[in-house]
Design a protein around this ligand. Sequence first.
Ligand code: ASP
Length: 311
Amino acid sequence: MSTEKIQPKLILHGGAGSSLKDKGGLTAVRQSLHSIIKEVYDLLLKDATAIDAVIKGCELLENEPRFNAGTGSVLQSDGQIRMSAGLMDGSRQSFSGVINVSRVKNPIQLAQSLQQQTDRLLSDYGAAEFCRELNVPIYDPLTDLRLQEWIEERKDNFTKKMAGTIAESRQGTIGVVVLDCFGNLAAGTSTGGKGLEKIGRVSDSAMPAGNYATNQAAVSCTGIGEDIIDECLAAKIVIRVADGLSLEAAVKKSILEAKENNRDLGAICLDATGAIAWGKTSEILLAAYHDGTTIGDTLELSPTEYIGTKI
Ligand code: ASP
């Protein structure tokens, strides 16, 4: 680790999806994302490490009921909440996570505890046992809004392919990507899943396809998990950077491939030089970033603006 400090960078997201027409929704989403960006960036200015900043950012987003992670997670086909979270420390190139865990407030904290373990990715029963070992308090992440949405879906016999819509500001996996002042990169992603999925369906968020980091680049994805897995999006972008592409070129190439394949997804990315980038095939991406000087966001990109960078 170098001792010379650099300008920290931060990008986070609250999901991707279809059009955001509701302006009340837009303002509220912007306020949430910007206030979390500010809080996490202040920590980075006080020398927080990338991994600690990612965990803090994920906790704040998990605690915001607007987003589909932690409190406010969507319900699966059987009316239960099962959450997944992935965490990757780029400097140690170490991935950890939980898959389909229930009754906890912050799945990202479980991923954090697993970073130092020999077995670093636990699913449902094992994740619940791990919670017991850690004495994690039982917590019900269900909100009235999510329950009402599920009851409405039940009336239509679950004909939608995913729960809720962005237009109603109800959906949105969360993710945080950080470059700290020491030059370390990290990425974290947390989700309630697609909603209405089969019991046992595994999200991309706790896989390197949806969340990946090395000491060269870090990426968190959102969108239809199966599409993200089929593209292996997060790992693909990071590896393209490791093989010599600029972050912008790596994102552009990967998103164009995903578009060709009719995928519905988005990604937020940082590299070791401090370049920030985002890409999407979905109509909108709810991302915000801090480049060291200003806070910006992608909330009002046109559906055809599929990549962007801030260098
Ligand atoms: N990628 C998540 C999943 O498929 C959902 C999302 O990002 O909204 O589980």
